[in-house]
Design a protein around this ligand. Structure first.
Ligand code: SF4
Length: 225
């Protein structure tokens, strides 16, 4: 007979306590940021994949200034493969780490041609095998281009706010995603990062959180602030 291990009661109590903290926070975030959305400009999964790859260590604003010319030159993976590496480097130069990013974009485009008929796959397993694509990029693409709630996008804003709000106690993005996936209803996975990013930009800023004007102040433990 198979032995089923019971989860420790302590963990369950902790999860219930955390859920009681997180769910009202999410309800307030939803109310205050009804317009929250993906800040990157895109019109199809390929463009979002490229824009998200460029956004590593770069602002969304800068990426949005860069992508119109890049998308014109490389509207699909085949065009990216056929464009010389140095031309891509020039086009994305202002996004930083342009050599690596250009190399990854070319590798990613080639894999899309060779293995996916030039289409961006709509599943995590295939996405994270593309050049330079990790879970964060895959979650962004799946959530925002395909409407698939595969997981919660964890960037610097989400990391900072989830810790300050007492939702998690780690800076490790994989652990944060896994813990939040357990606690947050799946229907909120796609939007949660947009709410937190909006709040991180407007109020809970990295250097100086404006706690006295924050609608979460009464229930936020303000960890590390
Ligand atoms: S109360 Fe302060 S630390 Fe908490 S979310 Fe608001 S601004 Fe951030």
């Amino acid at each position: 007979m198979a032995i089923v291990k019971k989860k420790p009661r302590k963990n369950k109590q902790l999860s219930l306590k955390l859920a009681a903290l997180i769910l009202p926070h999410i309800a307030l975030l939803k109310r205050y940021y009804p317009e929250a959305h993906c800040a990157l400009h895109f019109s199809n999964p390929w463009e979002l994949l490229v824009a998200t790859a460029l956004s590593a260590q770069c602002t969304d604003e800068r990426v949005n200034q860069t992508t119109p010319a890049l998308f014109k030159k490389c509207p699909n993976p085949l065009a990216m493969v056929e464009t010389p590496l140095d031309e891509i480097e020039v086009l994305i130069h202002s996004c930083g780490f342009y050599r690596n990013k250009a190399k990854n974009l070319k590798a990613c485009a080639l894999t899309l041609i060779e293995k996916h008929q030039g289409q961006v796959p709509n599943n995590m397993v295939d996405l994270i095998q593309l050049g330079g694509v990790g879970r964060k990029t895959a979650n962004v693409v799946l959530g925002n281009a395909f409407g698939i709630a595969s997981g919660i996008v964890v960037d610097t804003h989400v990391t900072r706010l989830a810790n300050r709000l007492g939702w998690v106690r780690t800076e490790n993005a994989v652990q944060i995603e896994s813990q939040l996936n357990e606690l947050v209803p799946q229907e909120d996975w796609i939007m949660l990062s947009h709410y937190l990013i909006s709040h991180g930009r407007a109020v809970c800023k990295a250097r100086k959180p404006d706690c006295s004007h924050c609608f979460l102040e009464q229930t936020c433990p303000q960890k590390g602030v």
